[in-house]
Design a protein around this ligand. Structure first.
Ligand SMILES: [Zn+2]
Length: 607
């Protein structure tokens, strides 16, 4: 009924009348931004839009959530081009906008509804589809979205009720991009591989200090970004967006992390956009991305409109430079494939980044604040007022490579490590299987003294390496040193060649010291477990025999006792000294089972 009414009004008022526009208000607009629509209302509104404009809007589903809800995708396109092949043939670029991955932060959802309406009903933004096929995930974390309530976002100024940050198993989808533990991430990866978007936007709402900015953005410009892509972002995209969003009446600035939340004058810090995050993951797929963080203290109307203004400006820039963006993406893919054609002997691939120590003065727009001693917390309290001010603070300026590795020609993953293989498959990597057992010398790592975080992180027992910022711990750290070992790989093992477009995903997942590697996320924890133990009375006899047979070993043992009181005082450590040097010690303990191959010659591979 409502659809018919809308069509008749569109005819009567020539498609732009006041009554028709009113009929196409978004649910948030109708509620004067006091509330945001639930899942069913959101999808119903979008279905009505698709039914009204079937040549420009199509609704699809791309999977199911843990609780069984459909994951929806809205495709906005001119001329009914609703599949990736047709879009590319027509010279369009594909932009994916993701909303509500943290479902307490739904500004992007309501902003996208307004933007889609303005594109295909009002027509005021129709030009934004000239060169772009726009994919919108209205609500990505659908189960979190339906854990609806008033008390889900303590720092946030509206709407009245919101969804919840995590999905139904309480996992944060924005830490899941590499390990892919959730059905939502598996569905996301399949969608990504089907469409391979040219640009990605992830809409959020901040936590953090009380800045004046209502609209903030994050982009990657570090040494892991190709120079031409970084230049376009820095010199074309950002100045254009800042100007347009400012003209629209908003205060825009870069998304900043403070060095000390209780003292903004200490300045802002930067770090690696790790691939556990959406934008860091997309970077490994050679694609540029923008993180949007609307400021949580601003009212909902301001935030939704600021988010809309930013996306409008972004889509304008992408429409204007569509050919250039597509060419840069093609070049980035080709360069990745080329780099993977042969093994490198030099450490060329940047696995971990850190701030390079340089800073630059940054004008920080913040509300005037007072710092006082708090009898509640017993420490410094920061209290923000209502007077906007600008303070100049040091802002970390650049990233440098903290850990680089030499690249193999391919990785070889033993068939029995099925959880690892399934994740690699979910990432869409090309990975032929071996047709027969193969044994030979490969490069790999021996990891000594790893430590585990002292509580679960994203439902896993995660391991960490020196220099990693997260998780934090003061425990002593080990590391992985490269070794060459003769290893056996059963039939059905997978070879992951690096001359493929998404090779950086494989490198980050399979290099142990990657911030989001399978080792770091605990997939290989069992490799570090000692499974056999020597009874002390058995080891005593063996130790005596070893000491009698080897004078050099006796001298080493005595030196260790003299130099290391903790060792001298530990009966277990003294016996283990001999166990480790005996043939009974497990040579595979701490040995990473994935091989690094310099070439594929002699490996029995399926064709
Ligand atoms: Zn968020």
């Amino acid at each position: 009924m409502r659809r018919w009414a809308a069509s008749i009004l569109a005819i009567l008022w020539g498609g732009a009348g006041v009554l028709m526009a009113a009929d196409w208000k978004t649910p948030a607009e109708t509620a004067d931004y006091r509330s945001t629509p639930r899942y069913d209302e959101t999808i119903a509104w979008l279905r009505r839009l698709a039914a009204e404009q079937p040549r420009r809007i199509r609704m699809e589903t791309f999977g199911k959530s843990g609780e069984g809800r459909d994951l929806h995708l809205v495709i906005a396109s001119k001329g009914g081009l609703f599949d990736p092949e047709a879009a590319r043939r027509a010279g369009r670029v594909v932009v994916l906008v993701q909303n509500a991955i943290h479902a307490g932060e739904m500004d992007g959802k309501d902003a996208c509804l307004a933007l889609l309406r303005d594109m295909v009903i009002a027509g005021s933004e129709a030009r934004l589809l000239d060169r772009v096929v726009l994919l919108v995930m209205p609500i990505y974390n659908v189960d979190g979205h339906e854990r609806f309530g008033r008390f889900n976002r303590i720092n946030q100024n509206g709407p009245e009720e919101t969804g919840w940050r995590a999905q139904a198993r309480n996992l944060n989808l924005n830490r899941d991009y590499m390990k892919a533990d959730t059905p939502e991430t598996r569905a996301w990866l399949a969608l990504w591989n089907r469409w391979l978007p040219d640009y990605f936007v992830d809409n959020h709402v901040t936590d953090g200090a009380d800045f004046v900015y209502d609209t903030t953005y994050g982009v990657d410009l570090g040494p892991d970004v190709r120079p031409d892509q970084a230049r376009w972002t820095r010199e074309v995209l950002i100045p254009g967006i800042e100007a347009a969003v400012t003209r629209a009446g908003h205060v825009i600035g870069p998304y900043l992390g403070l060095k000390d939340e209780s003292d903004p004058a200490q300045g802002a810090v930067i770090g690696q956009d790790q691939p556990r995050f959406s934008t860091g993951y997309v970077l490994l797929q050679n694609r540029p991305a923008m993180l949007v963080e609307m400021h949580m203290r601003k009212d909902y109307r301001t935030r939704v409109r600021g988010n809309t203004a930013l996306m409008r400006a972004l889509l304008e820039a992408i429409n204007r430079d569509a050919d250039r963006i597509a060419a840069m993406n093609r070049d980035a893919d080709a360069a990745t494939i080329q780099a993977g054609r042969s093994a490198s002997s030099e450490a060329v691939f940047p696995l971990r980044l850190e701030a390079d120590g340089t800073t630059e003065p940054h004008p920080l727009k913040i509300f005037a604040f007072e710092r006082t001693r708090s009898e509640v917390s017993g420490t410094t309290r920061i209290e923000y007022g209502t007077t906007p001010t600008t303070i100049t603070v040091p802002r970390q300026a650049g990233l440098r490579v903290a850990r680089a590795i030499a690249l193999p020609r391919a990785y070889l993953v033993p068939a029995q490590w099925t959880p690892v293989i399934e994740v690699l498959q979910a990432h869409g990597l090309r990975m032929p299987r071996t047709t027969a057992a193969w044994e030979g010398e490969v490069g790999t790592y021996r990891c000594d003294g790893p430590r585990w975080f002292d509580r679960p992180y994203e439902g896993r027992q995660v391991l960490f390496f020196p220099g990693e910022g997260q998780p934090q711990s003061a425990a002593t750290l080990g590391g992985c040193r490269p070794v060459r070992e003769r290893l056996a790989f059963p039939a059905g093992s997978v070879v992951v060649p690096l001359d493929q477009r998404a090779a950086k995903v494989a490198i980050h997942f399979l290099e142990p010291e990657g911030p989001d590697s399978a080792v770091t996320w605990g997939f290989f924890n069992a490799v570090f477990e000692q499974k056999e133990y020597a009874e002390p009375y058995v080891m005593e006899t063996i130790a005596r025999d070893m000491l009698a047979a080897d004078p050099a070993l006796r001298r080493e043992f005595e030196r260790r006792i003299a130099a290391d009181p903790a060792f001298a005082a530990s009966p277990q450590a003294r016996l283990e000294f001999f166990y480790r040097r005996s043939p009974w010690w497990d040579a595979r303990l701490g040995l990473y089972p994935v091989g690094r191959l310099a070439g594929l010659e002699g490996i029995p591979l399926e064709r």
